[in-house]
Design a protein around this ligand. Structure first.
Ligand code: FS2
Ligand code: SF4
Length: 550
């Protein structure tokens, strides 16, 4: 096992015995092997005409599998063994088409191991996994760039997966994922060529986020300014976490009229901003905080919890019998709600029946938080925002999007938000917001000082807002806007958000609480030299540094 894909990589280097996240040695190895076979499928499919249905299956399988390997998504060894078997079977089907279309012996000789290796034996999986992990690429810079691309693809896959659930797909994005995965097998590519591929990954990251934005807004309407209750009612409840709005919709439909309330948790909070969900009287509010506090907060919730995506943390025995996974999440011993079949909704009856036997949630806090400042809302109040900038009431925006996490050093973001001058506005998205969305930071002429666009993928909204402001102010360069970027990252969706911002030309992004362990010193230098990327230090020094830009 060697995993360094998230911000918590052990000692800032990599997890080697067990993941800080709780991922076991075996699961980490199986995830490596799954990625290896995905690369083989990708290699065989990029220059091969596949029947439409098979190409679709390949695209869906790749997005689904990449998503399953994201930090805190799936800890279940059996799931990965099954996925590797499915991957090998799918690769065999693709190979048959490749064979027909590549009959010359030279092509056959050039097939990479990822397109050839095969076994039905689970023990052989383990042995092979040890040969195909991250450290198998010896050159530290090539390894760093290959992993930067792979982690970006994982984030991209999460977003296209959600869009796919709402019947939105983009073939070019799916094709790019295969091209990029195959490129990570190519030993002839230079570091410069891989840097170019990193940028291309960012380009397709923008497309993937745009696709999901279209999927969400065309299905559920444009997010609106919304006050979300953070208290509880005196009825049993179901807590739904993760990012999948389709899962939420089906849960709301099935709980209607049952006497069971539904609460959001962590990254599901922004669901309250969508008009389509406002008609449900039993959609009560948001419970708790960011993902990493779940172990204590789930005890107090009392009712069933449904994890639709990451971030799940190893459940405590005290609530093991009332936590459920679905979609790409999984944990050994945790009940899993199966996928829908033939377009029918998933069946949540078991969770609803359990909820009816549970006590109402214990109140953790009371009050409201405000959000819904996605691109449509902010564009609709653009005149007000522009006027505030012109009069100097708003001096600067701080994009503080990304992820929250359990490291104590992330307290930095709360303090940073508190110490920002009162003529600044925070633009946020993702679970990073929980570090400051319950502080009373006030407003500027009615514009709240924390504008929450939504989930991490709604960082796309922040980009749309920035581009709109650039247009209104008649600027040549997005970097001329009074916007600073102080982004917190944790897992691979934040990687694709970062690459998307770099592709769009955003400079001087600060990334914390630590820079990724998977950046080699040379690759980090490229990011510093070409894009002005920096880390964080302490609130006082960073504040001074950021405010010098005034
Ligand atoms: Fe937060 Fe976890 Fe949103 Fe990440 S709930 S770190 O998955 O994607 O963000
Ligand atoms: Fe370690 Fe993060 Fe990998 Fe988990 S996902 S094993 S914490 S680097």
């Amino acid at each position: 096992m060697f995993c360094f894909q998230c911000q918590e990589a052990s000692k800032g280097v990599g997890c080697t015995i067990v993941g800080v996240c709780g991922k076991t040695y075996d699961v980490a190895n199986l995830q490596d092997l799954l990625i290896f076979v995905l690369k083989g499928i990708s290699f065989l499919s990029i220059d091969t005409e596949l029947p439409e249905a098979l190409e679709r299956r390949v695209s869906v399988f790749i997005m689904d599998s990449l998503f399953a390997t994201i930090t805190n998504a799936n800890f279940d060894q059996d799931v990965f063994v099954a996925k590797i078997r499915d991957a090998l079977a799918l690769r065999t089907q693709v190979q048959q088409h490749w064979d027909h279309q590549h009959s010359d012996p030279v092509s056959k000789m050039k097939l990479p191991d990822a397109a050839i290796w095969h076994s039905n034996d689970e023990e052989a999986f383990d042995a092979k996994a040890k040969q195909v992990g991250v450290l198998n690429t010896e050159d530290a810079d090539i390894r760093s760039l290959r992993e930067l691309i792979t982690y970006g693809l994982k984030g991209m896959a999460a977003y296209t997966y959600h869009a796919f659930q709402l019947n939105h797909t983009k073939r070019e994005v799916d094709q790019f994922m295969r091209q990029a995965l195959a490129a990570t097998l190519d030993d002839s590519l230079t570091a410069d060529q891989l840097v170019a591929l990193v940028m291309e990954t960012g380009k397709f990251g923008v497309d993937a986020m745009s696709l999901l934005d279209q999927a969400n807004t065309s299905t559920y309407g444009h997010p609106e300014i919304t006050k979300v209750n953070i208290g509880v009612r005196n009825r049993p409840g179901i807590l739904i976490s993760g990012h999948d709005l389709k899962d939420l919709e089906e849960l709301l439909q099935q709980t209607e009229g049952t006497g069971v309330d539904v609460y959001t948790h962590s990254e599901m909070l922004p669901a309250h901003y969508y008009p389509a969900f406002k008609k449900y009287d039993h959609f009560v509010g948001n419970y708790g905080n960011a993902w990493w506090k779940q172990a204590s907060e789930f005890d107090d919730f009392n009712g069933p919890i449904l994890m639709t995506t990451n971030c799940i943390v190893p459940p405590k025995p005290s609530y093991l019998n009332r936590i459920f996974t679905t979609g790409n999440t999984g944990y050994p011993g945790v009940q899993h709600i199966p996928e829908s079949i033939d377009g029918k909704p998933k069946d949540y009856s078991e969770i609803i029946a359990l909820a009816k036997q549970c006590a109402p949630p214990i109140e953790l806090e009371t009050g409201e938080i405000v959000g819904g400042f996605a691109h449509n809302t902010v564009t609709s109040i653009a005149d007000q925002v522009v006027e505030a900038v012109k009069t100097g009431d708003i001096q600067r925006f701080f994009v503080m999007a990304g992820c929250d996490g359990r490291m104590k050093s992330r307290q930095y973001y709360t303090e940073f938000a508190q110490q920002l001058p009162r003529d600044t506005v925070i633009l946020t998205a993702g679970c990073a917001k929980y570090k400051y969305n319950k502080l009373d930071l006030g407003d500027i002429g009615g514009i709240p000082r924390v504008l929450d666009a939504g989930q991490c993928n709604d960082s796309y909204s922040l980009v749309v807002i920035a581009l709109k402001l650039k247009e209104i102010f008649g600027l040549e360069d997005i970097n001329e806007l009074p916007i600073s970027y102080n982004i917190a990252w944790y897992e691979q969706k934040a990687v694709i958000v970062l690459l998307a911002l770099l592709y769009l030309g955003v400079k001087n992004i600060h990334l914390g609480p630590t820079l990724p362990a998977f950046l080699s010193p040379n690759v980090a230098n490229v990011l510093v030299d070409q894009f002005g990327i920096g880390g964080i230090t302490n609130v006082e020094d960073d504040m001074e540094m950021f405010l010098e830009a005034y």
